[in-house]
Design a protein around this ligand. Structure first.
Ligand SMILES: [Zn+2]
Length: 297
């Protein structure tokens, strides 16, 4: 076996997620050994449906990869600049492990941390994975091919573990609809002779927009001056999120409080990138309420 140096990238589409008040049960008694050395990270691995999941960022950083966040594109890159890739003796193309993008990876968001299956993560950087039943341990070993490839994880489609925030169920309270705060340059109410039906929250393009409460998406699309907008029905109440650069939910989808539904933009009639947020009663265009009565940073 020969090897040569090659730049590899591991790209992960990752939508930042809010912190949830839940505790993941640890993968009790399961040990992870890398070339015989005990591997540990915090938060630690968890066990789900017989599969060991590992916090993606921690794992790749400990394995010596660089992990970068790109908020605007909602992409995280994990990479190392030099890596051996096997040249096969039979003359076939070089083997790069994990070459197949795994966009439908069964990732999970637990406590706001993205977990991916340990096997997938390990194999993507060329580790061989085996199970030692006697030691109750996952064994990771450097393979003969120290390859690496592309792993894509769309976190907004990842299963969310949140016992208190069931999709489609209204909690009866509203939370701040943007990740990472933001200020309100334009409040609810009359301004310059016109009525402003919601609040404008200033935020950079691409900032993650969150469902203010659980409910059912009753509108997702283009709505004139609102630009790309989403409306969620929460029983008697409706929340509207407008001027998105992109919507990430569809009509009929049941969303949980805090779930990612879109990204901040400036579509429609908007000056500068911001989220226009409304709370209405009784219908999509029903009477409005002052959101700042219900939410605070
Ligand atoms: Zn507005």
């Amino acid at each position: 076996m020969k090897s040569y140096i090659r730049l590899v990238l591991l790209a992960v589409v990752l939508v930042c997620s809010p912190a949830y008040p839940i505790t993941a049960s640890a993968a009790e008694n399961v040990e992870i050994l890398i070339d015989g050395e005990v591997f540990s990270c915090s938060p630690g691995p968890v066990l789900r449906e017989g599969q060991v999941l590992i916090p993606m960022r921690s794992f790749f950083e400990i394995m010596g990869l660089n992990v970068e966040w790109h908020n605007e594109s909602q992409v995280a890159l994990a990479y190392r600049e030099t890596i051996d890739v096997c040249v096969q003796e039979n003359g076939d193309p070089p083997l790069i492990n994990g070459e197949d993008p795994a966009l439908d990876t069964p990732a999970r968001l637990i406590d706001g941390t993205l977990y991916v299956p340990l096997r997938l993560a390990a194999e993507s950087i060329g580790l061989q994975v085996s199970w030692d039943g006697e030691q109750n341990a996952v064994l990771l070993e450097q393979g003969t091919c120290n390859g690496a490839g592309f792993l894509g994880v769309a976190a907004h489609t990842a299963a969310r573990e949140d016992e208190n925030h069931t999709p489609g169920v209204s909690t009866g309270s509203f939370i701040w609809p943007l990740e990472g705060g933001g200020r309100i340059p334009s409040p609810y109410g009359w301004r310059s002779g016109r009525f402003h039906a919601g609040v404008d929250i200033g935020a950079p393009r691409g900032t993650t927009v969150l469902a203010s409460d659980g409910g059912t998406v009753v509108f997702s699309g283009w709505d004139g001056a609102y630009g790309y907008a989403v409306v969620i029905k929460h029983g008697h109440y409706y929340t509207r999120y407008a001027h998105h650069s992109s919507n990430l939910v569809r009509v009929g989808e049941r969303v949980a409080q805090g779930q990612v539904i879109g990204q901040v933009g400036a579509t429609g009639r908007a000056t500068g990138t911001h989220l226009h947020f409304e709370i209405r009663t009784g219908g999509i265009y029903g009477p409005t309420l002052n959101p700042t009565t219900y939410i605070s940073r």
